[in-house]
Design a protein around this ligand. Structure first.
Ligand SMILES: C[S@@+](CC[C@H](N)C(=O)[O-])C[C@H]1O[C@@H](n2cnc3c(N)ncnc32)[C@H](O)[C@@H]1O
Length: 336
């Protein structure tokens, strides 16, 4: 087998260009529940096809194309999921199955308009759906739920361990702005019995928080509130905003910060949870997620300096940026 360096450039480029097929092959595996069906151990292709309702010949070829990428081991028609393949299984601790479903069912088609984005600076999702992404998705309750489950995948999988050893700045009442189904505030308040919380998100999103808070035994400590964070947010001592700034351009972020300023007293603390882009060309997940933002939102991934400038312009002072073992950092600030 040639090493990566020995693969001729035209072939390397063909492999990159085939990314659209790879995304769809991974989607098929996630959607059909192939990883889930393999959770209890290896199965024959025929058995797997019967369990997932697929055509054995087609499924076998899709699995054969993914095996060299490290998702499956195949031996004499028996298929086994590797730890990487298992991340597409439902219920796996590091599952990103919902990310696969969400991206392919809401992001894949708009990315066909990326050329429009490159020519105009307008995001492809708005061009494709005829309205901004969050306005479009609010018309599809099942996709809104999938979006929140996707974010829960990110919290439980990609961010696993990031909360270990981290305590929020002081403040008895913590409001998670754009808190989706409450998965994040559950992590933040689980070991903080003295604090109360609020999960705040759009009206069509927050109903799913009821179940998550109940599962974590936090229903009596965390209130569910809905609204528009560009207009008004609840009063609190400490605010958290996870993966919110990266969705929005600076002007929109400043509107959210203004809503917090209107609700909070000077000295209120803010913790922004984002993946901060490091300098240089070294790989970092924030660099590819920035492409996701370019195609679907008005937002962007930002550097430490850009976060500091934004917070300063919004009336906050940056206190510190706490990196974690994950791609995400806690960016702590205080309302001046
Ligand atoms: C990328 S998700 C982040 C979810 C969660 N904070 C996390 O980190 O897992 C962005 C969230 O912002 C919410 N959101 C978008 N526009 C909003 C608005 N105008 N007011 C309140 N929430 C909004 C979305 O519904 C979604 O739950």
């Amino acid at each position: 087998m040639p090493t990566t360096e020995e693969v001729p450039e035209p072939l390397q480029m063909l492999q990159l260009l085939g990314g659209f097929q790879l995304s769809q092959a991974l989607y098929v595996v996630a959607k059909l529940g192939v990883g889930t069906a393999l959770a209890d151990g290896p199965r024959t292709i025929e058995d797997l096809a019967a369990a997932t309702g697929a055509d054995a010949g087609a499924l076998g070829r899709i699995i054969r194309s993914l095996a060299p990428l490290g998702l499956f081991r195949t031996d004499g028609g028996i298929v086994e999921a590797t730890p990487l393949g298992a991340t597409l299984a439902e219920g796996h601790p590091g599952s990103v199955r919902d990310v696969a479903l969400f991206w392919m069912e809401t992001h894949y088609a708009p990315f066909g308009e990326l050329l429009h984005t490159a020519m105009t600076g307008e995001n492809a999702a708005t061009q494709h759906y005829g309205k901004p992404f969050f306005d479009w998705i609010s018309g599809f309750p099942e996709l809104v739920e999938l979006q929140s489950r996707t974010m829960a995948n990110v919290t439980n999988g990609l961010r696993a361990g990031m909360f270990d050893g981290y305590s929020l700045p002081e403040g008895r009442l913590v409001a998670d702005i754009g808190g989706a189904d409450g998965s994040m505030i559950c992590q933040l308040l689980a070991h903080e019995p003295g604090r109360r919380g609020i999960v705040f998100d759009r009206p069509e999103v927050v109903p799913s928080a009821r179940k998550v808070l109940a599962e974590h035994g936090l229903a009596d400590r965390v209130d569910i509130r809905s609204g528009d964070f560009f207009e008004a947010v609840p009063e609190a001592d400490t605010y958290t905003m996870s993966y919110i700034f990266h969705d929005w351009d600076d002007e929109s972020c400043l509107r959210i910060l203004r809503a917090i300023r209107d609700a909070a007293a000077p000295g209120a603390r803010l913790v922004v949870i984002e993946a901060v882009i490091p300098p240089g060309d070294a790989p970092h997940p924030a660099k590819s997620i920035d492409l996701t933002m370019l195609g679907t939102m008005t937002g962007r991934e930002r550097t430490a300096g850009e976060y500091e400038a934004l917070l300063t312009a919004g009336g906050f002072s940056l206190d510190r940026i706490v990196p974690t073992a994950t791609p995400f950092s806690f960016i702590e600030a205080t309302l001046r």
